[in-house]
Ligand binder design. Sequence first.
Ligand SMILES: Nc1nc2c(c(=O)[nH]1)N[C@H]1C(S)=C(S)[C@@H](COP(=O)(O)O)O[C@H]1N2
Ligand SMILES: [Mo]
Length: 559
Amino acid sequence: MDHDVRPEPLRGIKRLSLGALSGLLAGYAAIAVAELVSAAVRPESGPVIAVGGAAIDRTPPGVKDWAIRHFGTNDKLVLQLGILAVLTVLALVLGAVAARWRVIGSVGVLAFGVVGALAATSRPDSTSVGDALPSVVGAVVGAGLLYWLIGRLGTFRAPVDRPSEQAETADADAMAARAPGDGATATGAKNEGEEPGWDRRGFILAATAAAAASTGAGLAGRALNGSQDQNAVASRKKVVIPAASSTAAPVPKGAALRINGISPFMTPNGDFYRVDTALVVPKVDATSWRLRVHGKSVRRERTLSFDDLLRMPLIERNITLTCVSNEVGGPYVGNARWIGVRLADLLEACGVRPPSKGGPADQLVARSVDGMTIGSPVEDVMDGRDAMLAVGMNGQPLPFEHGFPVRMVVPGLYGYVSACKWIKDIELTTFDAYDSYWVKRDWAQKAPIKTESRIDTPKPFGRPKTGTVMVAGVAWAQHRGIDKVEVRVDDGPWNEALLAAEDTRDTWRQWSYEWQATKGGHTLTVRATDRTGQTQTEKRTPTIPDGASGWHSVVVTVD
Ligand SMILES: Nc1nc2c(c(=O)[nH]1)N[C@H]1C(S)=C(S)[C@@H](COP(=O)(O)O)O[C@H]1N2
Ligand SMILES: [Mo]
């Protein structure tokens, strides 16, 4: 080989492709390093989680509703995959750009680091600028790697040195060649002899090493983040919930009907709907968990540990939870046996009085470890209903997904104004002074659960046989109670359904109706009437701002 012949820089589509590949490797390295650094800072400070969280907060309610409807509890997985897909495309593009303008590529990677850092530090649960670290370190590593890899492709001299290029057309080759004064040229050596060309071996080595190191860093980060969760997992395993001083009466025999396809009266934890904004389920260590109670009219501010709570008298109650995002006929409603501390007892011990007794605070704002804020009327919480700080669900410590170690449950109010999971702070304030998370996003300040009913069986577009068909489902009007359920076939008269026994007015109620089905297509419609005498309105309203209304219908074809 003639040592005087310096290898030419790589050009054309090959340069562009390897540039794109370099971008991908740099992006991968940046995310992996960020993941590793986030293990030292906080798992939620990683850029994907931070940007995802910021995206969730900025998603218009309509889109959020749409996402929940289409992806259900998978909406967050879809979002994370979406972010990764966008990042992949951006990394490829940045790499291709870097193949032409070396410095711009790296600056681009740094810019993404800034976006990640801003997202991480502006998260509501962020308490320190340290949360910027994963994004910053990741971006610096990624930018450096991209710069290095592009360098292996070789850099160009100023076009004046390359008269041969004049013949070339405006393809990528020529574009890459005509790079006067760009970063690549600037960093290239001034004199021709030192200018590096296409370094195939160096590129392959660096790319392979980078991919391997990134995978190692990413896996190590994952493992470290996971091991922090182990403390929380261990603390949950150790929880022993004392017997309640006020137990729930046994569920009446006739409350749970034995009908195929009806929602079970008690919803098992594993089947209980989940709605929250958390991209990563917070894993809170119960032994270090604290709840602060403070604010307007709190005469004795208190900070309680988990054990403090367990030492207080516990109540056990069956309460049906409902999400305001539940469409008519939708799945976001579930019934569980909760055990916890009566919230009113705790508030009274802190000197809090409800507005009706002259208390100055009309809003209780609950804050979670993940920065959620949920505002409930103090009056409702203290009016004698079984509002509680729940520690147990269906005989177990709360599952992590449902708020371990402690969450709020208030009968009769939609979850977004009552059911704060992973709670860590209770502040007494006023509705005038503070708007909680969803209220800032145009949902109503106050949202009692609307009277609703649902047909569980037959399923939509079901094909039952002629003769007796069991139509059955659930109806709910928490804290008022269900008085009557009626079923209508097509445009016929309303027929009173058979109501299962009532457990409490805070739980849903099953119902059934024996329909003498005739051949052909039919529409079944249900409506409920609550104990205040209010019959569910036929008027369809969207879920925003305070819950959907309307009658649930199911279309079937009888064979
Ligand atoms: N920390 C936190 N708590 C939260 C939420 C949330 O996003 N974050 N969502 C609320 C909403 S909208 C509902 S309907 C209930 C759902 O409780 P579940 O997931 O246990 O069914 O939790 C409430 N508590
Ligand atoms: Mo909700």
